[in-house]
Design a protein around this ligand. Sequence first.
Ligand code: BG6
Length: 491
Amino acid sequence: MTEASLRQACDLILFGACGDLSTKKLLPALYQLEKSNLLHPQTRIIAIDRQTLSEDAFIDFTCTQISLSIKEKIDRDTFEQLQAKLHYLNMNLTEPNDYLQLKNICDPAIRRPISYFATPPTLFGVICQGISIAGLAVPSARVVMEKPIGHDLNSSIQIHNKIAQYFTEDQIYRIDHYLGKDTVLNLLVLRFANTIFMSLWDHHAIDQVQITVAEELGVAGRWDYYDQAGQVADMLQNHLLQILSCIAMEPPGSLDAASIRHEKLKVLKALRPITHTNVQNNTVRGQYIGGSVHGETVPGYLEEKGGKLASQTETFVAVEVNIDNWRWYGVPFYLRTGKRMLKKHSEVVIYFKPQRHHIFKPGNPHLAQNKLVIRLQPNEGVEIHIMNKLPELKQEMCLQQTGLNVSFNETFKTARIADAYERLLLEVMLGRQYLFVSREEVEHAWLWVDGLLNAWRNDSTPLHTYQAGTWGPISADTLLTRTGRSWNEPS
Ligand code: BG6
């Protein structure tokens, strides 16, 4: 029996079907799932948007968008199978009567209703109400929603409260797409399937942890959304804190959602707050100015399409995070993320404590530290840096740090690493929540981030500029160099 035949057919109702997320990520992911035969034959995709389109026009549009996204020739047979599942409805999401259209075509007794909110979070409440009007807020229903859920703790609580009027926690799937990336999942495997790391994973052996999520892209095309959010709400509050939680959590009892979420939540609760007393020392905020990325001249943040000259929104943030628990006592976690940086590069680097006693070069305390580099994207893989003797005949042994490298592409000879949304859509259909974020996690992440943003508001933490195409403001380096450390130089 294939995996597909094990699952119940569903009506995947896609709110915001013509939007960016849907066209760039969700529809291509559904195409790939179809290609892998992972969609139930009776499953339907009910695409909803406010644009007045005929079903044929939507199908043409979908075909074009998928072709643009998958970077390979679209497979006609696969698309035809997908096309047979696609239906389009034109709806005004704020008009309750419009949802009655769904009542006419969906029967929850035949197909499980799964509603995906690819819309701004301000619409989540009204969509839940509409689903209920359509008779689809039944116990078997599931709802899937994108970050950011709110713009601070209070707004997040309000949105959650509205959703909770219609759905219980076990029906709600909150997406943080980083949790669907193979390499982020591999963090769990690396930690909990390899005994060699178990006894090394705490303050006894680890000196510092660095998490970098750098993007080449600017914010053109999304200036209005981004200027409200900034890099802290767009990336730090969710993706970086989730990666940090996966690295720092205690071993969960099992892979089930309750165990994993419970352990991640404990980490978020243990984050030392950023307040006016440590904000200057522990954080750096930046905004890009014009520069060049891969030889191409690019505008500064304020000159991007739709940009306004007075904005003080950060497009870069670096922060020293401390986790106040036994395991991580005294181990700084350095997080940095920004737009328009030198290259797209995300990694986690674990630095182990230096040798205390040197026999190879007595008197030279600067032997390189061992480090474990987990490359999240691109060139996904894991590398352990260890000291080796150079094979040469000299009176004194010469040492050099070299890497033991597992490159996913080469090692697993994989033609394609699945996009995070393929994994996450599959998990929703399977009803497994362990890769989705709980309400408590979202709220605790906001609580910590609110502290940081309030401290910035009430303080004179400067907004540094950095040239597009660099690793961010110089002061992000100072955050580390003041303790004799430096950011890992990606190879
Ligand atoms: C999204 C952010 O959540 O993640 C975007 O809103 C960002 O601003 C994107 O560009 C990065 O995702 P990825 O998978 O390309 O690293």
